[in-house]
Write a protein that binds this ligand. Structure first.
Ligand code: GDD
Ligand code: MN
Length: 384
């Protein structure tokens, strides 16, 4: 089997027939073998429509779940059923054009591991969403990309439309929460190349979106779970959390010295930062880089950390003084300084103090390529 198209459905009765017809029109001319797996959780008569089609169309298969719901888990179920070398996931509501299937197939055939039709590559659009959904969707993507480094270079990491080689997920335990199966695949999968193709996400003709506040909450839970399962992302998150604990320590000490003991602003700032530095070192050493650093102890770790932190303190103090010049209260100026020096020290600690670990992480460099609508039209014309 060459291609398995996996389609989650929830109350999509009127979309099934036009969808299957357009998939056949797209894939039949390629002369490849393919199957369509519907994983259905519907409460209406979608399943009857699907069963009827399954009886008449040998390419169509249906798996109905009675007591389970969830887009992402439905897709995982579909992956288990699918026989294809290549797996393609798409929505049932025709917001994902089946006409893109040949291009996805060709790019996989050319050796790419993951192919993602993207709304955000030049020539693409997310016109099928209202303004509020666009904003929510943008926010979700940005939060995801901040939290998970593997999503950073992917323009449409929350897409429900993508294709991959079976090997990408073979032997990988997928346990997504909610909707976004692609982030699960991108974070846990084994792949080296990702290719994005611009496309237009159009509005629905039939039925309605099942997106809800609950799914947005599930997305957040899913991110937290993925971060906790992904060591490099967990490290950054822990570093920030420890940095936050340092902020509390820093501001508490500063306030004590400034308001309580009436020390000079510079002295109070430096002393507060030193105490915070010790707090941060203690926790980073025991938590953030714990398992990796134990065993291959590096004698320079502490002095280097201290050196980086001292420069960080200088940065904090300079920023605080600079802000004071603009009339910003001392504790607030200090807070801004802390933000700047935290960025500095994470960058330096990951590149110098704990550089061995970072080198390992860079080993999984993934190549992302893009093609705009114009590229694919050119390709079609020249037959390339
Ligand atoms: N089996 C199953 N179970 N399928 C479901 C469920 C469920 O609980 N909930 C939704 N689906 C199916 C729908 O029937 C549809 O085929 C697809 O999942 C997407 O659902 P829509 O309700 O159409 O989602 P949307 O248009 O709001 O969201 C789209 O945009 C997102 C990007 O912002 C989808 O394309 C998402 O996949 C995509 O991530
Ligand atoms: Mn939709």
């Amino acid at each position: 089997m060459d291609v398995s198209v996996v389609i989650p459905t929830y109350n999509e009765r009127d979309n099934i027939h036009p969808l299957v017809e357009r998939i056949h029109q797209a894939l039949a001319p390629l002369g490849i073998s393919y199957e369509i797996w519907f994983v259905d959780d519907s409460s209406d008569d979608t399943v009857a429509v699907l069963r009827d089609l399954e009886a008449r169309d040998p390419a169509v298969h249906v798996f109905h779940r009675d007591h389970e719901r969830g887009l992402a888990s439905a897709v995982v179920r579909g992956f288990e059923k699918a026989q294809g070398r290549y797996l393609v996931v798409m929505d049932a509501d025709l917001q994902h054009p089946p006409e893109l299937l040949p291009a996805i197939y060709e790019r996989l055939e050319s050796g790419i591991d993951v192919v993602i039709p993207s709304r955000f590559v030049e020539g693409g659009s997310d016109g099928g969403l209202g303004p509020l959904r666009k904003l929510i969707s943008w926010t979700a993507r940005v939060i995801g990309q901040l939290a998970l480094h593997r999503l950073r270079k992917i323009s449409d990491c929350t897409s429900g439309f993508f294709g991959l080689r079976r090997e990408v997920i073979e032997g990988v335990e997928l346990n997504p929460i909610g909707w976004k199966i692609l982030i699960e695949v991108l974070v846990k999968g084994r792949y080296r190349s990702v290719h994005e193709i611009a496309y237009e996400f159009v509005a629905r003709d039939f039925g309605e979106s099942k997106m809800s506040l609950k799914e947005q909450w599930n997305y957040f839970r899913h991110l937290v779970r993925l971060v906790s399962q992904s060591p490099p992302d967990r490290r950054f998150f822990l570093f920030c959390l420890i940095g936050l604990s340092g902020v509390v320590v820093n501001e508490a000490v500063l306030s004590l010295l400034w308001y309580g003991f009436h020390l000079r602003d510079t002295v109070a700032s430096v002393a507060a930062s030193f105490v915070a530095m010790l707090n941060n070192y203690f926790w980073n050493d025991r938590v953030t880089w714990k398992s990796e650093s134990s065993g291959r102890g590096w004698g320079w770790k502490l002095p280097v950390f201290v050196g980086i932190s001292v420069v960080g303190i200088a940065i904090t103090t300079l920023v605080m003084r600079g802000c004071e010049g603009f009339g910003v209260p001392v504790p607030a100026g200090q807070a801004i300084g802390i933000l700047v020096s935290t960025a500095w020290s994470y960058w330096m600690n990951s590149r110098v103090t704990w550089r061995n670990i970072e080198r390992e992480a860079r080993g999984d460099a993934i190549v992302v390529t893009r093609e705009s609508v114009r590229d694919s039209l050119m390709r079609a014309k020249t037959g390339a």
